[in-house]
Design a protein around this ligand. Structure first.
Ligand SMILES: CC(C)(COP(=O)(O)OP(=O)(O)OC[C@H]1O[C@@H](n2cnc3c(N)ncnc32)[C@H](O)[C@@H]1OP(=O)(O)O)[C@@H](O)C(=O)NCCC(=O)NCCS
Length: 283
């Protein structure tokens, strides 16, 4: 059974449900998709760390994470907290309907200030969100200098600078998946697909493409669920050590194929690669 309920703000306190999905064929209970609440922050932080434990990038950001589990958790928790007051970002979670256990999360950002969705989401933002954002940012700065000694901030700063620099290639208005993680012991059971399907439905409704950057470990997932790999991977070598490759993916959807993307005929590597059509890029 699929049951859609209106998309509403995570800034409100009552728990709304987007969808209830009967997964009895692969799991013993149903899964609920709903907006993340501030009461989920601890679980979201634990889940983020657990699911990224083997990611090459995260190992380089927090090389001694195993020796400082509490500090690592606190660092992640502050990152998670910042997503709640951000006006252009929404996080949804997949939850076991019987136990309430958090199984996965996806964070979406709307890019394109002239889109209806951007106006809607940012229009829901309040002065309290602004203040919360400032307070958490101050706390993060304090943590950086006084408690996060196991985070390699030098690497992180260089990585972000290189990544942002590389990203300057423009793209059209889109729904950008910033993050998706599924609890390690429940991966490959369809939860990731459900979280992405939520974004796909919203993207179709809002007439937007989906965009995301993948880590190398997850490219097989996006290939499987209908995403097109873009022609240029972002490759950064922040500290002169082994470079980190970050492929970019776009989803248009079958009915909208060719609206934003065209095949890059000059790509001479393995498989097909895609590029934005000139006409959709901002002038
Ligand atoms: C990547 C991730 C979100 C996928 O979620 P999931 O619940 O495991 O994925 P699903 O079960 O919905 O997978 C859908 C299909 O993709 C396949 N798949 C999932 N992860 C894959 C991977 N890393 N490589 C290749 N195929 C993968 C599944 O086997 C499934 O195939 P099927 O339709 O033939 O059964 C999850 O594995 C995860 O959290 N990984 C660690 C963190 C991470 O890498 N996040 C992505 C950051 S870009």
């Amino acid at each position: 059974m699929q049951h859609s309920i209106n998309v509403r703000s995570q800034h409100q306190h009552s728990i709304q449900i987007y969808k209830i999905i009967d997964t009895s064929q692969v799991m013993s209970s149903k899964i609920i998709l709903r907006p993340a609440q501030r009461s989920d922050i601890s679980d979201l932080a634990l889940l983020g760390n657990a699911a990224n434990a083997n990611s090459v990038l995260h190992r380089r950001i927090a090389p001694s994470q195993d020796q400082s589990p509490v500090g690592h958790y606190q660092w992640r928790r502050n990152l998670v907290r910042l997503r709640f007051p951000a006006p252009d970002i929404r996080t949804i979670v997949a939850v076991n309907s019987s136990s309430g256990e958090l199984l996965g999360q996806a964070t979406w950002a709307i890019e394109g200030s002239d889109t209806a969705l951007y106006k809607k989401w940012t229009g829901e933002s309040t002065w309290a969100d602004w203040l919360e954002n400032k307070l958490i940012s101050i706390e993060r700065t304090w943590s950086r200098y006084f408690s996060d000694e196991f985070i390699d901030y030098r690497f992180l700063d260089q990585f972000l600078a290189a990544f942002t620099g590389n990203q300057r290639a423009q793209r059209p208005a889109c729904l950008h998946c910033h993050l998706i993680v599924v609890k390690p012991d429940i991966q490959s059971k369809g939860v990731g697909r459900m979280l992405i399907d939520w974004g796909k439905e919203l993207a179709v409704k809002e007439e937007l493409p989906l965009f995301l950057e993948s880590n190398l470990e997850a490219t097989g997932f996006y290939d499987k669920i209908g995403f097109s790999r873009m022609n240029k991977d972002v490759v950064v070598s922040p500290d002169g050590q082994d470079s980190i490759c970050i492929p970019a993916y776009v989803w248009e959807g079958k009915e909208r194929e060719g609206r934003w993307l065209e095949r890059d005929m000059e790509f001479d590597g393995e498989g097909e690669r895609w590029k934005w059509k000139d006409a959709v890029l901002p002038k």
